[in-house]
Write a protein of this length. Sequence first.
Lengths: 425, 180
Amino acid sequence: MRCQEAFEALSAELDGELGADERPVLRRHLGGCDPCRRRRQELQMVNLQLRAVGAATRIAVRMPEALRARIEQRCQPPQVFNVRWTLYTLAMALTGASALGALLVLALRPATRPAADEAKNTRNETETSAGRDMIRGVVTAGSTTSPTFTAGTGLAPRPAAAAAACPAVTSPAVVVLDVPPEKTPNLPPVTVAVDRCGLAGRLVALEAGQTVELANQDQQPHELTVVDPAGNSHTQTLPAGDRLARRLERPGTYRLLCDGAPEPCGHLVAVEHPHFAVTDAEGRYQIAGAWAPANNLTAWRPGFAPQSFPLSATSAAGAGVATALTLRPDTTALLTLGSRPANDNGGLAINDCRAARQSTSPVARACAQGGVRQAKLVMRALVKQAKERGLRLQCDSCHRDDADFSALTDDARTRFSELLAATGT
Amino acid sequence: VARPDFCQLALPHMGALYRTATRLTSRVSEAEDLVQETYLEGFRSYASLRDPERCRAWLFRILHNLWTDRRRRDGAEQRATNGHKALAAVNTALAPVRDLEREITSAGYSDEVERALQALPEEFRTALLLVTVEELSYAEVAEVMGCPIGTVRSRLARGRALLATALATARAEEPRKESL
């Protein structure tokens, strides 16, 4: 045995890994080699210190409880992920409906309510009667600072007299039940009048897939721009007396811009099902019909944050339970009435996110807190993090259409689970 | 005989994996990521583990591979061993357990050994830590590091030799520092 071999054998001996056949050979070598005997002592000292490092590490380096809990949570049989995903998709289905507003047929609504009246409403409540086939209630103004609009806003400058003739308008609210998508066949077009005061109302709701006809009833042409929920815009000049028909395939909020003004002159909200309503001049709404079980409804007004209202369990008698709600003015939503980019959440600044409520994913939480914009930022960050950890993932791994985040690929659910797992969220 | 499930086999090794990850990464947050990723990967590829009794080595191997991949991806030069950083990480880990300081000191722990350890080439250090801290067998370390047992044995011996030299040098320099 050479000294080099003896040294390896000494090291192995310290670890209890020296073979039985090597021991006598090593012993013989040590008997005749002083340097190796000295090295053995050195090695024993080093090993004692190494063991001390091991002992200290085992004492001191403790796994954080949060990490332990996260791993234990992840370390579950696959069906747990399935359950999570089921909840997630369910949340998507439920909240997706709410994200898409409703629209008021402008002609049906006088929509002339003085701002002073609104200012008196310091408390906002929605009374909801929840029954099997009827929900009704009242949505009042969000606060004394609730925005009012002068009809004609968003139109080209007109003579002062003409402008003065247009009253201040408080936009109605749209109330949407959170139920899965459902399509009503053969719906007729909805006509929205653009007259000398612009849009007679500022919010029109209809079913996704329905056609809206913008009718210029003014004496002069108007240039109309329709900005869809994905931010794509279509502009057309509408001569006096003419109509522009457009089918609103994509659910969500469509903004109407008139005569090149940055501020919208109205909103069209396309809902994925027929269970929605727009409030009347007094803030009343009523949704009638038959629908899948729903836990929430969502109310939104331009200038306010979309708000989800739980539908309390109905009493034995089937009578609804009043639910007090508060619509809060939302600067984001206010800004969407101004010059913010059209694709920056559109009208439904917050709830236009399908995973916003029931899902516990960080994307859903971000959406609930900061709307689609925030959710996208978080999603990007998660994807980046996942890529860093070796997950092969691109936007189009899950999203069919980069302009519509809700159009998902068939295996999106699996990929999303992987993403969450890979990022430890 | 029913195959034990992944959780039953793998969860008891969390602490050991975390300790090793802390030493490898020199950063607590990165160690957490690494351990989490290890379990994720383990969960995914559990079916490929032929012998459940080798679960511990298999998990360590996953951790080691993930770490190696990361280093390769991020650029080895950026992650060149930094003894001070590693020491700081370990000291950070030690900080919350001040009540155990006496126990640690009495166990012979010292910054000097830690520094010498961190100055070792990574494959030597890893082998030494797996054997002395986590008490893995040579066969397990070979599986973790993807090399023959003979190589493990050689790395351990050379690592110890380097460590002995470094500690002897440090001891020789100590009186000089004191005299300054």
